[in-house]
Design a protein around this ligand. Structure first.
Ligand code: HEC
Length: 487
């Protein structure tokens, strides 16, 4: 299956397309995952900030405040004392974040931003913006634990996270309820305008965190580019290797085909040669007989002393003509078997005539009538002997059919049509039996038992295809078969 696939003309394109599609698919996966990775890293940063934030709250609530309350209880600190620097965990946390951010800026790191956003803030710094106000509303309506969103502000990307704080308890109202109940020192510092009249159970603020994503995203893009280009290089190299293998495999296949073709051609020629040696012997029988008669004649005349100049001249003339005849027949055969690899321009009829000359004795012996029709010149370019071989094969097949089917009126009709660029070879030998119709051009298919080589029509088809880019087909006609060679 692989072999037949790679011999297809466009298999490199198909493989290339498959590689390209897989590459695009991988690139998409890389992009998706590196992006996801960057955002996950952003979430990790948010978590780190929140852990620290909670730690500060816990420290103030669990360690710092009890000490101050004890001081008050012991009377070492006056009861009215209120300084947010030591007693407000929200104040302490905000300032801790601010110091943290300053440290980051010193290191040229892009800082995050922290805010405890409220619609009714004690400290105006904490006033909620539009998004925050909406989220506070939402937190009170349907209570969510965590909200995040990627924000795009002036071309910069941020991972925004909002977390609602715990809802108000009774204890909160001491400072966030009626200003009458609030510590005096706190009112002195913050006034009574805002941050009061809160209700128990309501959520009065959200933690609003904004972590910059640009650096993380650009790092992940770098990883993305590296992965994509490494994959591209790997894919291209693999493709190149496959491509080279395909080309080499094809070349090998072609060489194998050529080798097989030459081998078959050789086999077919040797088969023809064997047949033709018989033909030569047959063709020489008559002149040889004639000459031996003449020689005996001369000898008789000589012994009778009747050998005059005239009869001697006659003898020489006749002998030379017989020898000439024999020599032309041998020349015809020699020309056909000459290993000629030179391509020439020739008229198709020459090739037909050569075939007829070579087959002449067997055509005559089998009483076959050959009619050749040629409308006008039909010039072909190639190895003439190989085309001759095609006609020899076709005529020999017809001859075999005549004998096999015991046909009386044996005719072969050859029509050379230069204007249509086709040659027809037709006989009345009985046609090709139905069961053989699909097989006659196959390699080693023969109907002739032990005597057949099964390379005749197969090699004829191969010669026509490879030497002349021509196609041969056949039809069973009335009484016979018609082969059509289309150039
Ligand atoms: C002893 C007084 C006091 C108590 C008790 C108190 N707060 Fe506050 N709270 C403050 C002060 C003062 C600020 C302003 C600090 C600053 O400048 O950031 C504040 C700020 C806040 C803020 C930031 C938003 C804003 O209004 O500026 C939130 C949220 C908050 N408090 C929630 C609570 C909750 C919830 C409780 C109860 C668990 C509580 N507070 C108890 C004094 C108090």
């Amino acid at each position: 299956m692989f072999k037949s696939f790679i011999s297809k003309k466009n298999s490199p394109i198909i493989i290339g397309a498959l590689f390209f599609i897989s590459y695009l698919f991988l690139v998409y996966i890389y992009y998706f995952n590196t992006n996801k990775y960057a955002i996950e890293e952003g979430h990790k940063r948010v978590d780190q900030i929140l852990f620290q934030h909670r730690a500060i709250h816990s420290y103030v609530e669990n360690m710092q405040k009890p000490v101050i309350y004890k001081l008050k209880y012991d009377g070492k600190l006056y009861n009215e004392f209120f300084q947010p620097e030591v007693l407000s965990s929200t104040f302490i946390a905000r300032n801790m974040h601010n110091f943290f951010i300053e440290e980051m800026k010193k290191q040229n790191l892009e800082p995050y931003s922290y805010k405890l956003a409220s619609n009714n803030p004690r400290n105006p710094i904490n006033k909620a913006n539009e998004l925050e106000a909406e989220l506070i509303k939402k937190a009170n309506e349907q209570s969510f634990k965590h909200f995040d969103k990627i924000l795009d502000e002036n071309g910069k990307k941020y991972l925004y996270t909002a977390i609602p704080i715990n809802s108000n308890q009774q204890s909160c109202l001491k400072c966030h309820g009626d200003p009458k109940d609030a510590p005096k020192e706190m009112i002195d510092r913050y006034g009574t305008d805002s941050g009061y009249f809160e209700k128990v159970g309501e959520i009065r603020a959200i933690i609003s965190l904004k972590v910059p994503l640009d650096e993380l995203l650009s790092n992940s893009m770098k990883i993305f580019y590296i992965l994509s280009s490494v994959t591209a290089i790997v894919f291209l190299s693999i493709y190149l290797i496959i491509y080279i293998i395909i080309i080499m495999q094809r070349r090998l296949e072609k060489e194998k085909e050529e080798y097989q073709y030459n081998l078959l051609l050789q086999q077919s020629k040797s088969a023809a040669m064997g047949q033709m040696i018989g033909n030569i012997a047959h063709q020489w029988k008559q002149p040889l007989n004639a000459m031996s008669l003449m020689i005996m004649n001369v000898e008789d005349m000589f012994s009778e002393n009747e050998l005059d100049k005239e009869s001697m001249d006659n003898f020489v003339k006749n002998s030379i003509s017989q020898i000439k005849y024999m020599s032309t027949t041998i020349d015809d055969f020699r020309n056909f078997f000459k290993p000629n690899k030179e391509k020439i321009d020739f008229d198709a009829i020459e090739s037909v005539n050569n075939a007829l000359k070579i087959l002449n004795p067997s055509i005559k012996a089998n009483q076959i009538q050959v009619n050749v029709k040629s409308d006008n010149q039909f010039i072909l370019h190639g190895l003439i002997n190989e085309l001759t071989q095609v006609f020899i094969i076709l005529i020999n097949n017809s001859k075999d059919a005549f004998i096999l089917n015991d046909i009386k009126d044996r005719t072969i009709f050859i029509d050379i049509n230069g204007s249509n660029k086709q040659i027809i070879v037709q006989d009345n030998g009985g046609g090709i039996p139905k069961e053989h119709i699909n097989k006659i051009f196959q390699e080693y298919f023969t109907t002739k038992g032990k005597e057949g080589t099964g390379i005749g029509l197969n090699i004829a088809k191969m010669i026509l295809q490879s030497e002349y880019s021509a196609n041969i087909s056949f039809d069973n006609i009335e009484n016979g078969v018609r082969f059509t060679i289309k150039f």
